[in-house]
Design a protein around this ligand. Structure first.
Ligand code: NAD
Ligand code: ZN
Length: 367
């Protein structure tokens, strides 16, 4: 299955198939200048997926240079970027080389940013191996590192040349990371695809259990939705791309409250954030209470937090709204919120009264 991101001369294909990693030699051959590729990955991928990739490249007579980084969010910073770019330059990486990001969103964001600046910009290919990276971060060209002031504040738009997604790589991902990534899958249904949301309700169990067909369907649907939205609004200027932030403003406050730590993974915060966004919409009379209930039930049923309590957050509305004010989407004292008129009917409201958000969160905290 191939999905194309249509961006003129920056267009690229996303190839999705179980077992695609074992055919990487053939699929990546067009990007292997002088018959070599530069792979960057993290330690957790070494014993399984890196081995598969290298075997496949070897079978196609493509040489590879590998840099292995430490896993975890701190890798997405200046220190590793400097170390990585120096190491690549020491190893003679040229502008015509292609960097291959094999890993989750941390590796994808870091390698994408490195590719955007190395020799003033070289090509890169994404091989996302976490569900979150397969359905979200590997597509769309947002690359970034974190800085002292916050997450993803230093970066560039730099589209990959190709994305290879093999759902079987998820077999070695931890169940918790898998569930966290699933929150971003559900997001696409909630944004504008009620049929897909209903599919999620019926098939989440199969997907979590590892059914390759269910995984491939969920990934393909998610990626197609993201590719379409990115094609319409590559640099988030018209508001279309902002729809992808459903649940992220509430989620950001929860992540900030839990210190952006393992206490609450990004996808877990987004899951709770989407449930909150729907219940908030219902409390404003915008969305039927039954729809908000369906969202809450599905998220909780998938083993994800759907309430402040389940997210392990006891802060009050005032404290959570204070975190929101530091959101990078804040504009002139207003924070654009994604609200819903129902499942699959998300819209951007730029004039939400933060006092109402605060009161709503207080009611959630007590309830
Ligand atoms: N660029 C974008 O548009 C975008 C969108 C969403 C998120 N992000 C970024 O993505 C990052 C989060 O991505 P993530 O959730 O993939 O985190 P991650 O890269 O840290 O991966 C999660 C963990 O799973 C491990 N892992 C990944 N694939 C594995 C596999 N197949 N088998 C075994 N272990 C595996 C990793 O080593 C890591 O320990 C954040 O930094 C976030 O800012 C970027
Ligand atoms: Zn997200």
């Amino acid at each position: 299955m191939t999905v194309t991101v249509a961006l003129g001369d920056r267009s690229y294909d996303i190839h999705i198939a179980a077992g695609a990693l074992d055919r990487a030699g053939d699929l990546l051959a067009p990007y292997a200048a002088r018959n070599r590729l530069v792979i960057i990955t993290d330690q957790n991928l070494v014993p399984n997926q890196l081995y598969r990739l290298q075997s496949s490249l070897a079978a196609a007579n493509i040489a590879n240079v590998v840099e292995i980084l430490a896993p975890g969010e701190p890798t997405k910073g200046w220190a590793t970027l400097e170390m990585l770019t120096d190491a690549l330059l020491d190893r003679g990486v040229e502008r015509s080389d292609t960097l291959v990001a094999l890993g989750g969103g941390v590796i994808g964001d870091l390698v994408g940013f490195a590719a955007s600046v190395l020799k003033r910009g070289c090509r890169f290919v994404q091989i996302p191996t976490s569900l979150l990276a397969q359905v979200d971060s590997s597509v769309g060209g947002k690359t970034a590192i974190n800085s002292r002031a916050g997450k993803n504040l230093i970066g560039a738009f730099h589209q990959p040349a190709f994305v290879l997604i093999d759902p079987t790589t998820l077999d070695t991902l931890s169940p918790r990371e898998l569930r966290a990534g699933y929150a971003e899958v559900v997001k696409y249904g909630l944004i504008d695809d009620p049929v897909f949301f209903a599919w999620c309700e019926a098939n989440a169990g199969r997907l979590m259990a590892g059914d390759p067909e269910a995984r491939t369907h969920a990934i393909t649907t998610s990626v197609s939705a993201k590719a379409r939205i990115v094609g319409e609004d590559e640099r988030e200027t018209t508001g279309r791309r902002a729809l992808l932030n459903l649940g992220h403003t509430f989620g950001h406050a929860l992540e900030a409250e839990t210190g952006f730590s393992d206490k609450l993974l990004h996808g877990e915060a987004v899951a709770a954030g989407m449930a909150l966004a729907f219940r908030f919409s219902a409390s404003l009379g915008l969305c039927p209470a039954e729809d908000a209930q369906r969202v809450t039930t599905h998220i909780a049923g998938a083993g994800l937090p759907a309430t402040l309590q389940a997210a392990g957050v006891s802060a009050d509305g005032k404290a959570l709204v204070a975190h929101m004010m530091h959101d990078k989407k804040m504009e002139g004292g207003q924070l654009p919120f994604l609200l819903a008129r129902g499942i699959g009917q998300t819209f951007l409201d730029k004039k939400v009264d933060l006092a109402k958000v605060e009161a709503f969160l207080d009611s959630e905290r007590l309830g």
